[in-house]
Design a protein around this ligand. Structure first.
Ligand code: 5GP
Length: 244
């Protein structure tokens, strides 16, 4: 069992331990992070327009819930702002240039919208991993297990073998990166197929959780459009990481 798997099994615990360190790092580490809350801005931004757009939107419409959950259902994963998705898709294209990527892989349900809009800029098909068996899933399958951050249960995650093969160069797209279980599971599916992971594109990474660090430490290229370094359910305060 590698570290990401281990962390996935401990989902829901120990997240608060990192909060203090990240907050401190936000203020002292680089001295360049910017701090935001609903009523107050101390804004220093050198990132791209899309990152700025997404951060502004999170600040305006996102709600910090207990248990380290950021609710963004009004524009990202229930009601979807397709214009914002288009900007995000263009940005993923810019971040993953070149011709290698010939498929986008995501997981149902909330990754699908972003993946589909992004795929238009790559002109490649999207495959989404299913979280349950159905009569429409026929033939041989790749299966892995993922522990859901939001539902706190373990799913079998399935992709039909006919949609993922050794010649595929795959970009994984998802809405959130928290402990990294979803991304690690998708990487596992790609590897089972003998295909190549070209990278992971994430809309919102919660940088105070382990997923991003663990994936990057394994050499996976992870690009997140917004990284939340800390957030506070009591005050609604959200601190974003400054990105180049
Ligand atoms: P991970 O597997 O990295 O722990 O969590 C990623 C998955 O859990 C994403 O597919 C996303 O659907 C969900 N998720 C994790 N954190 C959040 C969150 O703060 N808000 C929402 N809405 N979804 C989350």
């Amino acid at each position: 069992m590698d570290k990401t798997d281990e962390r996935c099994r401990k989902v829901g615990r120990a997240d608060s331990g990192n909060k203090f360190l990240n907050t401190l790092q936000g203020w002292l580490g680089t001295g360049m992070d910017f701090r935001t809350c609903r009523n107050r801005h101390l804004h220093m931004h050198t990132g791209g327009k899309v990152m700025e757009l997404l951060e502004e939107r999170i600040r305006r419409d996102g709600k910090v819930k207990p248990g380290n959950v950021l609710k963004v259902d009004s524009f990202l994963n229930h009601q979807m702002d397709v214009e914002l998705f288009s900007e995000m898709g263009k940005e993923f294209r810019r971040l993953f240039p070149g011709k290698e990527i010939n498929k986008i892989l995501t997981i149902e349900a909330s990754g699908i919208g972003i993946a589909c809009i992004t795929a238009q800029y790559f002109q490649v098909p999207v495959v989404f991993a299913k979280k349950s068996q159905s009569i429409n899933l026929d033939g041989e399958q790749y299966v892995t297990k993922i522990e859901s951050f939001t539902h706190k249960r373990v799913y079998d995650v399935i992709v039909a073998k006919k949609f993922l093969g050794k010649d595929d160069h795959v970009l994984i797209i998802d809405d959130f990166l928290a402990n990294g279980c979803a991304a690690a599971g998708l990487i596992d599916l790609v590897k089972s197929a003998g295909a190549t992971v070209e990278g992971v594109g994430i809309a919102v990474e919660k940088g105070f959780q382990e997923g991003g660090r663990l994936l990057r430490s394994k050499g996976v290229r992870v690009e997140s459009l917004a990284i939340v370094d800390s957030m506070n359910a009591d005050t609604g305060e959200i601190i974003f990481r400054q990105q180049a």
